[in-house]
Design a protein around this ligand. Structure first.
Ligand code: GCB
Length: 601
């Protein structure tokens, strides 16, 4: 198709000298206005080959590559630095680090361009682009028009394409950058790899103008297990919607006021639990729009220092896991997720901590089916610019996107608002607001965070502990700190009034067969000793209501560069091949069997 010629050099000096080229894109932050409930909807996939180029100098924004149209190279009149229509390609979803060895340590911007024909989309009144995740910022352009930018590396977002779509070919440009900057969440320093790119699915949803924006279905957490609550949000002028759970004989009309409605329905569903992960098909009809979901009903509560699932005491036999893979990076395949949960089960877990950012939504969908409890987390990790209002907007938006995405998943019992942040007034304010926001969006789950421990006074010393429901503590006795017995003192000195979960403990090791040392630090034996000593102490800790050792698999961590690490954190109970178990795996497995036998007996 012939298109308008693109003349990036018409104002050449402006391009070379203007260092404020990003100003035009600062506004239009993509937030919650375009959210769409996607359960049960058909989507047009835009996954597959996209034109791709890395762009260290942000030349594409300076030179407005996004205005380019497909023209045969020999017909281009003006010189150009990249032609998206005559370019190398990459697969979407993917992380660029694993697509091209030259880009392994690349931190900067990259362009993804893909054309599609309007006739490839179903006929409908609105067309919403959904990007499952793009790390970290993603600027979206369609046919030369800037539509907005999304911040946050791990949550989905929507962009309304309707007004900008044209007949015939449409050209979608994404400028994605993974810069580590002071205002982002996380900030600059993390103990995981800074993957970049469009690494989750890209789809277009075609919906009527009267469409369901959101549907939240839950069991009312009042201890009676007898009421289901449905909250909905709809676009358009419709005044009611019909909600159904056929298996329970539930059929209810929900009245809408200004697009919002809610209802409590008497019902006695079979309760969801790890032993009986029962799910029900639910549906909502609104005008000609219809959405569905599969929902489990359960109650998670804390009472004093106890965790209660469906009214019964719960001990979390867990493991933490990163979203990382030797060959796929952060791209999650079904097979990878199944292997992850199978390994967790083999270890004896009823609980998995999805650290340190929102993982692929399929993780919670699968955990719902398998009966595995989940901790989901925001990347408010280590240092964050807690004083920066824009940083708060970004963190809060990531929270909204995570909660709205997964709050119908029974498996998710905890929203974590952060990990190991320094206790300051701005941090307390920032994270308390996040905790309150999480509660407002979802009063049916517990709020947590990995809190700070004062290792001199040997006590939990974190004001955040007073505003969350479950106190997470990361303790590395045996690895970073010598004296295991101090773990007992931390309990007695702190006398926590709410449940404590050991959210991390562990040690690095490489097995001898994989080239690890025979003894000392980083040996498999050393790690096994740490676990043996930990287990001996953990048996004595009655203030602890759960454990998630760090970590199920070795994961990439660029800051780790000693002879055995070589860019990997080696605290996995299983090595980076996701197959080789280290001796500590068996030690933890025996301990979990012991705990499970006690709670069954
Ligand atoms: C921690 C962090 C985690 C690190 C871990 C370690 O406390 O929360 O992100 O990877 O320690 O291995 O040191």
């Amino acid at each position: 198709m012939a298109g308008r010629e693109h003349d990036p050099v018409g104002d050449g000096h402006e391009i070379l000298h203007n260092e404020d080229f990003e100003a035009a894109y600062r506004a239009k932050i993509i937030g919650q206005d375009t959210w769409l409930f996607t359960g049960g909807r058909n989507a047009s996939s835009l996954d597959g080959k996209w034109s791709f180029v890395h762009d260290l100098h942000f030349n594409g924004l300076r030179s407005r590559w996004f205005e380019m149209e497909p023209i045969a190279p020999e017909d281009r009149v003006f010189p150009y630095d990249w032609d998206p229509f005559n370019s190398d390609t990459v697969q979407v979803p993917s992380n660029w680090q694993l697509q091209d060895p030259h880009l392994y340590l690349f931190e900067g911007a990259a362009w993804y361009v893909r054309s599609f024909n309007r006739s490839d989309l179903p006929v409908g009144e609105r067309h919403l682009l959904r990007i499952g995740a793009a790390a970290y910022e993603c600027k979206v352009f369609l046919n030369g028009t800037y539509l907005g930018r999304h911040q946050g590396a791990s949550t989905p977002f929507f962009v309304d394409l309707t007004e900008t779509l044209r007949e015939g070919e449409n050209h979608l440009f994404l400028c994605v950058d993974n810069l580590r900057t002071l205002d982002r969440v996380p900030m600059r320093h993390t103990d995981w790899f800074n993957y970049g790119g469009v690494y989750r699915e890209v789809e277009v949803f075609t919906v009527p103008s009267e469409a369901v924006r959101d549907m939240f279905v839950s069991l009312v957490p009042d201890g009676t297990f007898s009421k289901i609550r449905v909250e909905i949000e709809c676009d358009g002028q419709g005044s009611e919607a019909e909600f159904h759970i056929p298996e329970l004989g539930v059929s209810a009309s929900i009245q809408l006021q200004e697009g919002r409605g809610e209802i409590e329905i008497e019902a006695r569903p079979e309760l969801w639990s790890p032993e009986t992960p029962k799910l029900y098909d639910v549906s909502l009809a609104y005008g000609i729009d219809r959405v569905t979901d599969r929902v489990g009903f359960r109650e998670i509560r804390r009472e004093g220092t106890e965790l209660l699932l469906n009214g019964k005491p719960l001990f979390l036999r867990g493991v933490a896991v990163h979203e990382d893979d030797e060959t796929l990076g952060k791209v999650s395949s079904k097979a990878d997720l199944e292997r992850r949960f199978n390994h967790a089960r083999e270890l004896g877990c009823n609980f998995v901590r999805l650290a340190h950012y929102p993982h692929h939504e399929d993780a919670a969908i699968l955990a719902d089916e398998l009966g595995i409890l989940l901790w989901e987390e925001l990347p408010v990790y280590w240092a964050i610019d807690f004083l920066n209002p824009d940083t708060f907007v970004d963190a809060e938006n990531q929270l909204c996107e995570l909660v709205r995405r997964d709050r119908n998943r029974a498996s998710v019992i905890i929203w974590s608002v952060g990990n190991e942040n320094p206790d300051s007034d701005p941090r307390f304010d920032f994270m308390s607001k996040l905790a309150n926001k999480a509660r407002a969006l979802d009063p049916t789950r517990l709020i947590s965070a990995a809190c700070l421990v004062d290792l001199e006074k040997l006590q939990i010393a974190d004001r955040l502990a007073s505003v969350i429901d479950v106190i997470g503590i990361n303790e590395y006795f045996g690895w970073y700190f010598p004296n295991y017995e101090e773990l007992i003192a931390i309990g007695s000195n702190s006398s926590p009034d709410r449940p404590v979960v050991i959210t991390e403990t562990g040690a690095d090791a490489v097995t001898p067969a994989m080239g690890g040392p025979e003894r000392g630090r980083f040996s498999e034996d050393y790690m096994a000793d740490v676990y043996r000593n930990q287990v001996a102490i953990l048996r004595k800790l009655d203030y602890v209501k759960g454990i998630s050792p760090w970590v199920l698999y070795d994961f990439r961590a660029e800051r780790r560069q000693n002879a055995w690490q070589k860019g990997w954190n080696r605290k996995g109970l299983i090595a980076q091949d996701k197959t080789t178990k280290k001796a500590a795996f068996g030690i933890m497995q025996d301990f979990y069997r012991e705990i499970a036998a006690k709670s069954d007996g």
